[in-house]
Structure formats: C-alpha cells, structure tokens
Ligand binder design. Structure first.
Ligand code: C2E
Ligand code: CA
Ligand code: CA
Ligand code: CA
Length: 275
C-alpha cells in the first residue's frame, strides 16, 4: 500500500510538471502571437427581440496555436489574464473591432460594437485612456461602443467602481454586466449601478424549455432588469421556444445560434447585406 502511494505521488508530480510545461509553452506561443497579431475576431449579431433588427455585434477573440489548432478563449483568455498579456491583447481587440465597425456601419449605420473587457483591463489605471485612444484612433464616437464587464470588476455600486463607470459613460460608452447572476455579488448594488444593460448568461437560457417557462432564472433577471430600467439581453438563444419565452417575458435583446453563430467580418458583411 505504501509503494502504491509513492507511485501515485510520482505520477502526480510528473503530471504537474507536464501541465506546467504545457502552460508555459502555450504562454510563449501566446506572446509570439501578440507580436505577430495572430489573433482574429468573430462577430455575433445582437438582435432586438421586438423588431428582429440587428442592434449590435459582440466581438469574440479567436486564437490558433503553432500547430494551427484552435484554442478556446475559455483557455487562452485566463492564461492571458494570469500573465498580464490581456492588457495588450485587450487593446488589440478594441482597435481591431472599432476598425471593422466602419465596414459594418457602411451597411447598417446604427450597429454598435460590444467588446469583452477583462477585470484586469477595467482595473488598469490607464483603462479610460485606452478607451478614448481607441475611439479617437478609429474615429468613432463613444456611443458606438458597448463594454461588457463582469461582476468581478469589484464591488458594483461602490463609489470607486461607479465613479469609473460614470467617467466611461461621459465618453458615451455603454456598459453591460456580462454573465449576470453567475457571480457571487448581492443584488443591493442594482439601484446605484451606472450600467445600461444586463446580459443573461447562456447557462440560464439553455435550461429554458417549453415545459418550464415562467419559473426560471432567466425570467427573474428580465423582471429585475426591467424594474431597474436596464436593457436586458439574453445570450445563447438556440431555439425558437427560448426566443418566444424570453420575448413574452419582455427581454429586450438576444443573441445566439438561433439568429447566427459568431461570424468572420466577411461573413458578417454578407449576412448584413441579406437581412
Ligand atoms: P461570453 O462573453 O459569455 O460569450 C458568450 C459565449 O457563448 C461565446 O463563446 C459565444 O461564441 C458562445 N455562444 C454564442 N451563442 C451561443 C449559443 O447559441 N449557444 C452556445 N452554446 N454558445 C453560444 P466564446 O466565443 O468561446 O467565448 C468564451 C468566453 O471567452 C466569452 O464568454 C468571454 O468571457 C471570453 N472572451 C472571448 N473573447 C474575448 C475578448 O476579446 N476579451 C475578453 N476579455 N474575453 C473574451
Ligand atoms: Ca460577453
Ligand atoms: Ca464570460
Ligand atoms: Ca456568458
């Protein structure tokens, strides 16, 4: 029994070493990719549920490693966060997305660009300057941009966070709370919150089916958002039943495979021409 324990320990250690090596290899490839701008952006339409018109697109980052394998953002974004690379990557995303917005707006002039902002970026003292620089460089006004942050940026409703949000809003930028309801914050901040939108996480949408409508978390978030005069947008809408249930509840906007998967800029432009 003792021998087995030792073997397990050895196995565990080599596995840890393997994982560390994989991680540092991925990290150096990630750094390399940043130098060579080897990232791409996909865009997913955001739809007004009443008019079924497109109101915005969300920029979603894509990356392939040296062997040309696609790595999920659920993997490389946390790695970029842990290593601080996210600051440069996040800035690249902003610049690229706002540059592409010109082409999008040449077809649908009112479309806004939603960009995911990591907590590390938001809390960077330079963040507001990064945003205003990106806007100036692209030559677009702040009200073209929607920043998606999560509850982990800090204590929402606290003076520090709200002051930062208000300063961003002075630039015209819209603020969305992403993955709303999946964090650990209380709801007491909602009446002080200087945000514009709540985003319902896809985990609350995927469990909606024709037999349990009316008593789920997505419905509760819609009511909550409406009470606090926030626009509510649901992500991960895959079925007509989910769409209809959300619409019946008064959810304002939605995105998901039902409308469109995330698209390359060229496919998005074609999609826009058709709709
Ligand atoms: P998120 O912001 O919550 O984005 C929603 C995710 O759901 C995206 O995954 C999107 O492709 C996926 N999705 C959209 N519609 C559907 C649907 O109908 N069904 C299902 N099952 N999934 C759907 P993706 O692109 O893999 O991104 C994962 C996460 O990575 C994002 O979650 C976001 O937190 C992060 N991320 C992506 N791009 C960036 C970025 O540029 N910066 C930062 N900081 N984070 C990013
Ligand atoms: Ca998002
Ligand atoms: Ca997320
Ligand atoms: Ca989500």
């Amino acid at each position: 029994a003792k021998q087995k324990g030792v073997n397990q320990l050895v196995y565990f250690n080599t596995r840890m070493v393997d994982e560390l090596r994989d991680r540092s290899m991925m990290l150096s490839e990630l750094k390399d990719s940043l130098d060579h701008q080897n990232f791409t952006l996909m865009y997913q339409p955001q739809i007004d549920l009443n008019t079924l018109q497109i109101v915005g697109v969300e920029a979603l980052c894509r990356w392939r490693n040296k062997r040309n394998e696609p790595i999920s953002p659920e993997v490389f974004i946390p790695l970029a966060e842990q290593s601080g690379l996210i600051l440069a990557l996040g800035e690249w995303v902003l610049h690229k997305a706002l540059e592409d917005l010109h082409r999008i707006r040449s077809i649908k002039p009112s479309v806004r660009m939603a960009v995911n902002v990591s907590t590390l970026q938001f809390n960077d003292p330079d963040f507001e300057r990064v945003i205003s620089n990106a806007l100036a460089l692209a030559g677009v006004s702040g009200n073209c941009l929607d920043i998606e942050i999560t509850e982990s940026v800090g204590v929402l409703g606290s003076v520090e966070v709200e002051e930062k949000l208000s300063r961003l809003k002075k630039l015209g930028v819209m603020i969305s709370i992403d993955d709303f309801g999946t964090g650990f914050s209380s709801l007491s901040y909602l009446d002080k919150l200087s945000a514009d939108q709540l985003k319902i996480d896809k985990s609350f949408v995927s469990c909606m089916n024709p037999s349990n409508t009316g008593s789920n978390i997505a419905d509760m978030i819609v009511s909550l958002g409406r009470k606090f005069h926030l626009t509510v947008i649901a992500e991960g809408i895959e079925t007509e039943a989910q769409l209809n249930a959300l619409k019946a509840q008064g959810c304002h906007q939605g995105q998901g495979y039902w409308f469109s998967k995330p698209l390359t800029i060229d496919d998005l432009l074609t999609w826009l021409e058709k709709t």
